[in-house]
Structures are given as structure tokens and as C-alpha cells.
Design a protein around this ligand. Structure first.
Ligand code: KIV
Length: 264
């Protein structure tokens, strides 16, 4: 059965964990779909993972359209969520709409954008026009230059209060999901408990989110370089990629991932 935005909403309300992984191509889309991954995120992390850039900033809308088409071709059950890239939505709600139309026409079921209060008007504009939207707050990689690096967010009371308010405001504006990246687990749990319609998806935000996401090449331990604290190597003790993905699906569903050592 095809996963839809209402499936995700019901899963979150019923306490059934949502399993998400990044995916950029048809072969992995087929493996992940088969393994029961609920959401395939065509993340702009493809700028680093597929294109070898040092950040997500150089990724173009055409790149995202291309990779969305690749993933959609083999996603029969999973919902396909595509990132709006840095160049394609910050100018105005109209620019975000034109870019989202291209991504949805390529087959995406939902688009994701980064940012809190300053994105509310854009979220409303897209949702009113029938485009499901996922927010993304905390460590927002497109703002890496403003944040001064890839650092844990929400550590002061003031920052935590701002993030809580942003999550509620994004939900009121109509987002279906919110990615919470690199936040103290206690804060992510409070945000999750405060929401009534949107689902939270954590990455470095503790186990008490409605679901989890990782970059596929990180959890398969094939992306070079130092791993973030919140990544677990799911290839350990496995003999195939299929088995590693199945282990991730199971660990997210039964709440054994993320564990304390992956948490801030
Ligand atoms: O682009 C991406 O892969 C993401 C995840 C890190 C959530 O946005």
C-alpha cells in the first residue's frame, strides 16, 4: 500500500515509528522500498554524497529534479520527499511554488524546506496550493555559513524556546512533518509532544521523535571521513546492504536506534 501524508499522520498519532532514509538513485530506491522504508528523502545532501561538494549549497533545482525522477521510478510503496535546494526557494513564496511544481511534476509527493519563522508565509502559500510540505529546523545545513559549522543547536534556554515556537508555528502553517536535526534529545521530545498534527523526524535528536532519518551512505559506512555522533554503522555484522537496511528499519521501529551514544 502506497504511503501517503495521511498514513504518516496516523503512524505518528498511533506511536508507530516512521522510517526514513536518504535516497538518490533507482537501485537504492528499489532496495529501500522493498525493505519497508516509509519515506525516501531525495536530500540535497546529494551535493556532498553524489557530487563531492563540501556543502549542500551548490545543488541546483535541475539536480533535484533529475534525482527525484531516478528515485520515483522504483518507489512503489515509499513516499518520496524531495528537498528544495538553496538556490530555488528563498527569494519568495512564488519562487518556492515554481520550484515545488517542478519537483512534484518529477514525482515527489512532498517537498522539504529549511528554516522556521522566516519560512511560514512560504509554507502557507505552498500548502494552500496543494503541496505537502516538510519543515526542517535545528541544524539546517543550507545555513552552515551563518551557523558557523555543523553544530548542535538549541543548547541555551533562549534557543530552545525559539525552536519550540518555530515547530508550533510551522505546524499551524500546515507542514505535515518537521525534521529536527542535531538537538538535545530532551528538547526534541518536548517539541514532539507539543505537536498534534505534524510528525517529527529526528536526526541526532534522540529516540522520542515520531521517526528517524539518516543519510544512507553514512549508515552503510561508505561515506568517507569522520562520522557524526548520531550515525550508527548498520553494516556491522551484516553481509549485505539489504540486511543492513532491514536492521535499520527494525531498530527504528522498535526504538533501539538511536541509543544514548547517538544522542546529545
Ligand atoms: O539533505 C539531507 O539529507 C537532509 C537530511 C540530513 C535530513 O536534509
Amino acid at each position: 500500500m502506497q504511503i501517503t501524508t495521511s498514513t504518516l499522520n496516523s503512524m505518528a498519532r498511533q506511536g508507530q515509528k516512521i522510517v526514513m532514509l536518504t535516497c538518490y538513485d533507482a537501485t537504492f530506491a528499489s532496495v529501500l522500498d522493498e525493505a519497508g522504508v516509509d519515506v525516501l528523502l531525495v536530500g540535497d545532501s546529494l551535493g556532498m554524497v553524489m557530487q563531492g561538494h563540501g556543502s549542500t549549497l551548490p545543488v541546483t533545482l535541475d539536480d533535484m529534479v533529475y534525482h527525484t525522477r531516478c528515485v520515483v521510478s522504483k518507489a512503489s510503496r515509499s513516499l518520496v520527499l524531495t528537498d528544495l535546494p538553496f538556490e530555488a526557494y528563498l527569494e519568495s513564496p512564488q519562487q518556492a511554488l515554481a520550484s515545488s511544481v517542478k519537483l512534484m511534476s518529477a514525482g515527489a509527493h512532498m517537498v522539504k524546506l529549511e528554516g522556521g519563522h522566516h519560512m511560514l508565509e512560504t509554507v502557507r502559500f505552498l500548502v494552500e496550493r496543494g503541496i505537502p510540505v516538510c519543515g526542517h529546523i535545528g541544524l539546517t545545513p543550507q545555513a552552515v555559513n551563518a551557523l558557523g559549522g555543523y553544530k548542535v543547536q538549541g543548547k541555551t534556554n533562549e534557543a530552545a524556546e525559539r525552536l519550540k515556537a518555530e515547530a508550533l508555528a510551522l505546524e499551524s502553517a500546515g507542514v505535515s512533518m518537521i525534521v529536527l536535526e542535531a538537538l538535545p534529545a530532551v528538547l526534541a521530545a518536548e517539541i514532539t509532544a507539543s505537536l498534534t498534527t505534524a510528525a517529527t523526524i529526528g536526526i541526532g535528536a534522540g529516540v522520542n521523535c515520531h521517526g528517524q532519518v539518516l543519510v544512507l551512505q553514512d549508515m552503510l559506512n561508505i561515506y568517507p571521513g569522520k562520522k557524526a555522533r548520531f550515525v550508527r554503522n548498520f553494516m556491522l555484522n551484516q553481509t549485505s546492504i539489504q540486511a543492513a537496511v532491514a536492521a535499520y528499519v527494525e531498530a527504528v521501529r522498535n526504538g533501539s536506534f538511536p541509543a544514548a551514544e547517538h544522542t546529545f
